[in-house]
Design a protein around this ligand. Sequence first.
Ligand SMILES: Nc1ncnc2c1ncn2[C@@H]1O[C@H](COP(=O)(O)OP(=O)(O)OP(=O)(O)O)[C@@H](O)[C@H]1O
Ligand SMILES: [Mg+2]
Length: 405
Amino acid sequence: MVVEKSESTSKATTSKEMTFASVLKNPIYQRRDVLYALTPPTGFLHRTEQKNELVMELAPILMGNAVSSVFVYGNPGTGKTGLILELIKELEEEAKKNDINLKTAYVNCSENRTETVILLEVLNQLAQDKEYPKMGWNRAKAIDEFNKVLDELQCHVLVVLDEVDYVLKEAGDDILYRLSRINGDIKSQVSSIMISNDVRVSDYIKPRTQSTIGRVKVIFAPYNAEELMDILKERARFAFKEGVVSEPVLKKIAEIEATRDGDARKALELLDNCAKGAIAKKRTKITLDLVDEADANLERDQMLNVIASLTQHQKLAYLAILNNQKKIMGGMDVYKLYLETCESYNIEPLTERRVRSFVVNLNETGLIQSEVGWLSDLKKKTRKIEVTLDTALKNKAIKLIRDSI
Ligand SMILES: Nc1ncnc2c1ncn2[C@@H]1O[C@H](COP(=O)(O)OP(=O)(O)OP(=O)(O)O)[C@@H](O)[C@H]1O
Ligand SMILES: [Mg+2]
């Protein structure tokens, strides 16, 4: 739970009473993280048709043939990223059994918005003994290196470009054209999957590319109430203690979300919010009356409001901090990561001094905890920075920032 710093709305007051100890001792959760896991505890439900289509499309890779861009469309929270990552794992295992040298790369294009940074990100994932920092490359140099490395690897490469609409809208379709035309020029074979929220994505693809990419489209439709109900029920079994949540509660959540976007992520979030409400009210069960209240304050999370109101460059700096793997980072790292983030978003960076002042602001708003002190691996004093959001909130924050830059 985040530290509440602002004025006392009724929600802030109830949140204030919570401590880490009380959350751990709660009678509600068994494993809260299950609600936010990308991979469901017992696999994806109601996606057999999509999975079968994708298996059929990707199977030629196991026979040594390249697959030209498979397009996957669907609204947010319909299981695209999760299902495809699961399938890729299965494909990798099968390739190993069949002695096919397959390497895969997954790139989120909302965080990598130019052809250059996408190619570098793919290289970073393929060539594990080498690191490609994103600064200081121009397009021609990145393309040369990409072709060189793939030529040397002599294997099968599957590239997944997720949220590809971002790059198509901002940087054009060159990356798609390149990936679809590369086979024949190099000694590796390249297959690709494109994932998009926007069904009209083909409007952004030029005719010259349209003619070289695959015609296959796999659609992930929004979930209906019954499907959401099954998804919620399965997670609830693992996330909560026995008897905490009843069917009518899950049914109500499923119905609410089905009438909106059919978004499984939002349904799971609402369920989590109901659980938080129950804990705040010191209840031992999630009851029907908690659903409406939880739904009403779902969007009003104070921290998310603060994040939404940051300026573009503050958001870039915060995203750089959020994406950092280390729990505690030094002040000097922030500027380096900020520069890389700007490069990925194709945005002109500000000076180090400005970014240092953002760090001070972020600290004041409670989005990070920052203090001057000793970092264990450094000989001098530096600003130590720690993210204060829990995993669930962190995921939401990253998504919110990506969507708003
Ligand atoms: N069929 C399903 N069964 C179980 N859980 C699911 C299903 N579909 C989605 N989920 C869950 O919903 C959440 C969102 O799924 P995912 O991130 O794959 O959606 P997405 O379509 O990629 O969304 P976006 O377009 O916003 O990136 C994840 O936690 C995922 O596990
Ligand atoms: Mg996704």
